[in-house]
Design a protein around this ligand. Structure first.
Ligand code: AMP
Length: 189
């Protein structure tokens, strides 16, 4: 009976993931030639799909004593704030340079051409907190690697429960850049 329930639950989860994949839209050659952009806006505007996404994450973390959810600019903010609300905790923003008003820590990282920088407020966390860090897509892993470096370099005694993504592009092997941090991606391509 218990096994059957487990099988049913997994089957439902598989079906949910498949239906999510149907909702996410591929935009070829955006923002530049050769990139297939995973457009999540149809999922965000679909009430049942968005609610399912947040509920799935909520029940993944509900018993993990999460103290804060970290969102990576910009689409990460959407999932971070909904999940934080569902868990009854606060949101921390990792932002592009010049956007945060208070004192910040910064991390600069390499892109295909040039570099980029991200920032976080110096008072974003307290010692001993358990955090989940969330973004919409794990592609090459550069953005999340920089985010995790930024957090680990400047905040002591912080437990990163997981780096969480709605979508992981497996063929780009981004997870290899996030050494040591548990990763959860809802949907894989
Ligand atoms: P990366 O640093 O390569 O892992 O890229 C991560 C960031 O770029 C994420 O915040 C995504 O929002 C965005 N991104 C990269 N590739 C894609 C893609 N194919 N479709 C949608 N968003 C992407």
């Amino acid at each position: 009976m218990k096994l059957q329930r487990l099988v049913n639950a997994n089957f439902t989860k598989e079906k949910t993931m498949e239906s999510m994949k149907q909702i996410i839209r591929d935009i070829p050659d955006f923002p530049k030639k050769g990139i297939i952009f995973k457009d999540i806006t149809p999922l965000l505007s679909n009430p049942a799909a968005f609610q399912k996404t947040i509920n799935l994450l909520k029940y993944r973390y509900i018993d993990k004593m999460v103290s804060a959810v970290v969102g990576v600019e910009a689409r990460g903010f959407i999932f971070a704030s909904a999940l934080a609300y569902a868990l009854g905790v606060g949101v921390v923003m990792v932002r592009k340079p010049g956007k945060l008003p208070y004192k910040t820590f910064k991390e600069t990282y390499s892109l295909e051409y040039g570099t980029d920088t991200i920032e976080i407020h110096q008072d974003a966390f307290r010692s001993g907190q358990n955090i989940v860090v969330i973004d919409d897509v794990l592609a090459t892993g550069g953005t999340m690697a920089a985010t995790l470096n930024l957090i680990q370099k400047h905040f002591e005694n912080l437990n990163i429960i997981e780096a969480t993504f709605l979508i992981e592009l497996d063929f780009l092997k981004g997870r290899e850049k996030l050494n040591g941090i548990p990763i959860y991606s809802m949907i894989h391509y």
